[in-house]
Design a protein around this ligand. Structure first.
Ligand code: INI
Length: 156
């Protein structure tokens, strides 16, 4: 359409080594995000033995574990998955902000694509809608975004 050289990432995960970091908090939701991400990556070519799932207590712990994985140099990409649901106190904001900030920093510091599949919802219904029902599956979207970014970085 624009008639210029355009770089796009192919959604082909064959041969890639991928780590997935998932919070146990709200695991009824997070398990659906993990399932969606693993299924997506497998259907796009990633062998199951090339995927490693690391479980952590909650979203707050995701950045430090993601940092160690990124620094290990063993992975072509990482997908982080979690669900933070607002309660009666400001705790929600601290957990969401620290997770987002930490993961973004790890990505930049290590030149590593990290799919950000953290649900930040006001209600459990909103989380259910985004974990494989009405509003799709944000785990799938995070895996797809990570994959596309890996393939873009390989070309530029
Ligand atoms: N962690 C989550 O992943 N989701 C939440 O909704 C949540 N809430 O609501 O508290 C949550 N808190 C735990 C936090 O991530 C840490 O595990 C905890 O503070 C211990 O460090």
């Amino acid at each position: 359409m624009y008639h210029i050289k355009t770089v796009e990432g192919q959604l082909d995960s064959k041969g890639l080594k991928i780590a997935l970091v998932a919070g146990r908090f709200n695991d009824i939701i997070v398990d659906r995000l993990v399932g969606g991400a693993v299924d997506y990556l497998h259907r796009h070519g990633c062998e199951k033995e090339n995927m490693t799932l690391i479980k952590v207590p909650g979203a707050f712990e995701i950045p430090v574990v993601t940092k160690k994985l990124a620094e290990s140099g063993k992975y072509d990409g990482i997908v982080v998955l979690g669900a933070v649901i607002r309660g009666a106190t400001p705790h929600f904001d601290y957990v969401c902000n620290e997770c987002a900030k930490g993961v973004a920093q790890v990505s930049m510091d290590n030149d590593l694509p990290i799919g950000f599949g953290l649900l930040t919802c006001d209600t459990i219904d909103q989380a259910v809608e985004r974990a494989g029902s009405k509003a799709g599956n944000k785990g799938v979207e995070a895996a797809s975004a990570m994959l596309e970014t890996v393939r873009v970085l390989q070309q530029i």
